[in-house]
Design a protein around this ligand. Structure first.
Ligand code: NAD
Ligand code: WQD
Length: 342
């Protein structure tokens, strides 16, 4: 019942370790700490009552991967480890292709050598590029608008090709919409270094007084209130979606892709309002220009995951805001205040 969790100390991977533990699996975390803190292990121990095994190593290190497979013989890999900042990927494309594409390739080669044939992959709704229709179904054509997005498209392609060549292999690509919120304990949550790129952590840091106001990027989109619309999904719903996918498909093979979203879109102003209600205070914001590369709206058709995995989300935007706020107030500067450069 051991699962190797790459990137398991990061935002989504750490929440998934809790869901795995609750479902009776034993996560073994493999992370190089490039965007996380080893203190997450202590927090997970407080939540789960058990200290998970942790290997501090890089995906790009084949020897460390080989040793991890030899020592733990995991029945599957949940692969979260990646770099994820869209703007940074435009500035440093080769670093992103190296880490995310070559890292995934390395992992797959070591899985093949070790005879481990099941992978759950963190994909993203970014693989749909500019939506041609909404809601987004898994059949929507794939593409990307930045190097980060291409790393996800390329990794999915590798998985499809491998499944074709190696009939016993199972690869499940989970295409996340916009993960938000935190574990209800408030002991772990999203802990970005420097200035957050994503909306909810930015709003949370504004609510707690670390930022003076939220810049709302664009007020003239063709959406009900003119601001961007996204499908925010609670990180614990997302985590449970991984476990559902694995439990449902673990005895199958081939490539499978699923959207993990709520199916509902909310605007920037709706998110700010939900957070104000959760925090019990006004959150200052100012309208500014559209952010280059942003799309007006994105939300999932979540029907395939419901039909084939029996999984649906449980938490709404208000709950995401409440849980994010609890984490933010308990750890206003994250678990490693020294990481908080600005
Ligand atoms: P995160 O940065 O919090 O977690 C990623 C973890 O992977 C970190 O702990 C980091 O230290 C580790 N890591 C990165 N490169 C590594 C390497 N070469 N070797 C070992 N460890 C490495 O990010 P997250 O938000 O938890 O995202 C997890 C996954 O989900 C990523 O693949 C990301 O692309 C994908 N995703 C995230 C979002 C989002 O908005 N957060 C949306 C869609 C998809
Ligand atoms: C949400 C909305 C912004 C910040 C990104 C990646 C995507 C995926 C998830 C990994 C948009 C607006 C934001 C701010 C704002 N990651 N906004 N002020 O852009 O949907 O997706 O993260 O796979 O690949 O592109 O998420 O949280 O950045 O933005 O007004 O300070 O909030 O314009 O409408 P996005 P986001």
């Amino acid at each position: 019942m051991r699962i190797l969790v790459t990137g398991g100390l990061g935002y989504i991977g750490s929440h998934c370790c809790i869901a795995l533990h609750q479902a009776g699996f034993s996560p073994v975390i493999y992370d190089n700490l490039c965007n996380s803190s080893s203190r997450v292990l202590d927090q997970l121990e407080k939540i789960c009552g058990q200290r998970f095994d942790f290997i501090e190593a890089d995906l790009l290190d084949p020897v460390a991967l080989q040793q991890a497979f030899a020592q733990y013989q995991p029945e599957a890999v949940f692969h979260f480890a990646a770099l994820k900042a869209v703007g940074e990927s435009v500035q440093q494309p080769l670093r992103y292709y190296q880490n995310n594409v070559a890292g995934t390739l390395n992992l797959l080669q070591q899985m093949q050598q070790a005879g481990c044939q099941r992978l759950i992959f963190s994909s993203s709704a970014t693989v749909y590029g500019n939506p041609q229709f909404l809601p987004l179904t898994e059949q929507h054509p794939l593409g990307a608008t930045n190097p980060y997005g291409w790393t996800k498209v390329m990794a999915e392609q590798m998985l499809q090709d491998l499944c074709h060549a190696q009939p016993g292999f199972l690869a499940i690509a989970l295409r996340y919409f916009n993960p938000a919120g935190a574990h209800p304990s408030g002991l772990i949550g999203e802990d970005p270094r420097g200035i957050p790129n994503n909306l909810m952590p930015y709003v949370a840091q504004t609510a707690v007084g670390r930022r003076p106001f939220v810049s709302v990027y664009g007020q003239d989109y063709p959406t009900p209130d003119g601001t961007g619309v996204r499908d925010y999904i609670h990180v614990m719903d997302l985590a449970e979606g991984h476990v559902a996918a694995y439990q449902q498909l673990r005895s199958q093979s081939g490539f499978h892709a699923f959207n993990l979203g709520t199916g509902q879109g909310d605007s920037v102003l709706q998110l700010i309002a939900a957070f104000s209600a959760a925090a019990g205070r006004e959150i200052p914001y100012q309208f500014s220009a559209r952010r280059p590369g942003d799309i007006a709206a994105s939300y999932a058709d979540a029907g395939k995951a419901l039909q084939q995995l029996g999984w649906r989300t449980r938490y709404d935007l208000g709950r995401m805001a409440e849980d994010s706020w609890r984490w933010q107030t308990q750890y206003p500067h994250g678990l490693e205040p020294s990481h908080d450069s600005i």
